[in-house]
Design a protein around this ligand. Structure first.
Ligand code: ATP
Ligand code: MG
Length: 580
């Protein structure tokens, strides 16, 4: 069975789509409406990618719509910059929200009116206890909570106090509005949860209009209701909040203008090994300067993954493979890399980059090149520049020749990778060593090392070699030469900064490490002074490549220029890992 078929089977069977399919079959709704509701208190991360793919994906599959709604009920932690980046990230992933972006703050007037309605119905009251008292009187799992002294205050008193809250007469922590439900409920979320609090804080959308703000648990179901959300899909930690979700929707009721009661469905959050998916902790890394910013290529943020060169196609494929369930699990990071790698294989141009350069002087270069044209293979397309003593060789950018060609300069001095010449080669080593002098240089001649030059410490610092002039694009007739290595012209190649990455966290489950710093991998970034062929240096910032034999790399979106190329490693070329 092909992967594609497998994936389809998977989609068909996830429990949320199963529910929706039934609802569609029963004509339960006019249209399926989902929402993605981030709080703009940080940048989106890999976990959000799963939620985005699920919510927007479902809307698309069922001919519905998905709203982007900012759950902006806590102005202290929120910023316009986060809003802008969240919008950008969702678009980059390939999704479109219906209409315009929505904000929970768009509904503050309505939510406030409904709070008054709840007070009038006897379903809410203003509590004047201190936050500590409220905490202490909530009780515990075995013990019911104690009612607040204000729990049975009159509607008039509550309306007056709530109005005073709104008018700034209470300081933060002096008064809250609580839903009046059940202080003995086995579900702690139903023990008269706080639904409004005083916060003397300007808001990024509503300015100074409010000094009371609704709590998330109150704003969320009602925002869903206002927008006519049919399926409110969230992560499992909200399962215990569902009774309150339903309570709020029911108490506001049809007369509040609610069209369909929205329903909440929970799925298990995405966890990936060596990865942290918590905006708060990622913010700590940014604030402490442990990473260069939210878009540091090591960050599991969408901005970071984009800068790292990950593709939207790869991320979407990853989410499809992960699927949607109710059971908690940790996904293998290599699956993510598998999806990314797969998305790059047929789409990225190839080029040669030497990451750890070792100089090679070709001692017979001029003599060998004097006959290049008569001895070359018919298939070789090249031109000789006499002034520059350079052979410019045309090569396709990819086995799929539709991607076009590039010109590779071949000169008297070149670089090969230090790892391709070993003084003491391990068993089975197929590249160059004192015992094995010959190898094919990719796209050009067969090279034979004649001498190595050592420094005082005994390290190889240069090779001298000759080329076999009869081998431009073809094999020698009298012998078999094993192995092919890549190379870059020492004079026409361009020095480049190449950043190699490992996991940002060495801990498999960084969230479980009490001090974040102890979970970090000190080797997460290695900066190499590499040399790349001109076609790579001339690439546009943000374009992705396969560096032959080295892996996939992206020209850094912020720093790359033709004069000072900067590349980030996206992912290695291969891995033994195979998804199930
Ligand atoms: P964080 O703790 O990182 O702030 P959050 O859940 O509080 O995460 P929100 O901005 O409130 O962040 O989340 C928006 C949506 O993304 C929610 O519906 C939430 O359930 C979902 N989401 C967040 N993290 C994950 C995850 N790891 N896997 C799947 N969905 C997630
Ligand atoms: Mg949150």
């Amino acid at each position: 069975m092909s992967d594609a078929v497998n994936k389809e089977e998977h989609e068909k069977n996830d429990f949320i789509r199963h529910i929706i399919r039934e609802d569609v079959a029963n004509d339960k709704y006019e249209q399926i409406i989902t929402r993605f509701p981030p709080e703009p208190n940080g940048y989106l991360h890999l976990g959000h990618v799963k939620s985005i793919c699920l919510n927007f994906g479902i809307a698309k599959e069922f001919g519905g719509i998905c709203n982007l709604r900012f759950d902006d009920t806590n102005p202290t932690a929120e910023k316009q910059d986060y809003i802008d980046n969240i919008k950008n990230d969702v678009k980059w992933l390939g999704f479109e929200w219906a209409d315009k972006p929505y904000y929970a703050s768009d509904y503050f007037d309505q939510l406030h009116e409904w709070a008054i309605k709840l007070i009038k119905q006897g379903d809410a009251y203003v509590d004047l206890q201190t936050p500590e008292q409220i905490r202490e009187t909530r009780g515990s799992f075995n013990e019911p909570g104690k009612p607040s002294p204000q729990r049975d205050a009159s509607v008039e008193d509550n309306l007056q106090r709530f109005d005073d809250m709104k008018n700034g007469k209470y300081a933060e922590g002096e008064a809250v509005l609580r839903a009046k439900i059940d202080m003995a409920s086995p579900n702690m979320n139903m023990r008269d949860p706080v639904i409004y609090r005083v916060m003397k804080q300007a808001h990024h959308q509503t300015g100074d209009k409010w000094c009371i703000y609704p709590m998330y648990d109150y704003a969320h179901p009602l925002s869903d209701a206002i927008e006519g959300i049919t399926h409110s899909i969230c992560t499992l930690e909200f399962e215990d909040h569902r009774p309150f979700y339903d309570w709020a929707v029911e108490k506001v009721g049809a007369e509040g203008g609610i069209k369909y009661p929205p329903h909440q469905y929970e799925f298990s959050r995405l966890n990936v090994d060596h990865t942290m998916t918590s905006k708060r902790k990622l913010k700590q890394l940014v604030d402490e300067g442990i990473v260069t910013g939210w878009d540091d290529p090591r960050m599991p943020t969408i901005a970071g993954m984009r800068r790292r060169g990950y593709t939207p196609e790869g991320l979407r494929d990853f989410c499809e493979r992960v699927g949607v369930t109710k059971s908690d699990s940790v996904v293998d990071f290599r699956l993510l890399e598998f999806s990314i790698r797969q998305s790059l294989e047929n789409t990225t141009a190839r080029g040669m980059a030497v990451l750890k350069p070792l100089k090679v002087t070709i001692t017979n270069f001029e003599e060998a090149l004097s006959e290049w044209e008569s001895l070359k293979d018919e298939g070789v397309n090249a031109r000789w520049d006499e002034a520059e003593k350079t052979l410019w060789i045309n090569q396709p950018k990819h086995p799929n020749v539709d991607m076009g060609e590039r010109e590779i300069p071949f000169t008297e001095t070149i670089y090969i990778d230090q790892g391709d010449y070993e003084l003491e080669p391990p068993k089975g080593y197929k590249r160059l060593s004192p015992e094995k002098s010959e190898i094919r240089l990719r796209n050009t001649y067969v090279l034979a090392v004649t001498e190595h030059v050592l420094d005082d410490a005994g390290n190889v610092v240069e090779l001298k070699a000759t080329i076999d002039k009869t081998t431009l694009g073809k094999n020698p007739e009298d012998r078999k030469v094993k192995g092919v290595i890549h190379w870059v012209s020492a004079t026409k190649g361009v020095p480049a900064t190449v950043r190699m990455y490992e996991h940002l966290f060495s801990a498999e489950n960084p969230s479980a490490v009490p001090d974040l710093h102890d979970a970090l991998n000190p080797n997460s970034l290695t900066v190499l002074e590499a040399v790349v062929e001109p076609s790579l240096a001339n690439a546009e910032a943000g374009s992705r490549f396969q560096f032959e034999r080295e892996g996939y790399f992206v020209a850094d979106a912020e720093e790359h220029t033709a004069d000072k190329p900067v590349f980030n490693q996206i992912v290695s070329l291969r891995d033994n890992y195979k998804p199930e």
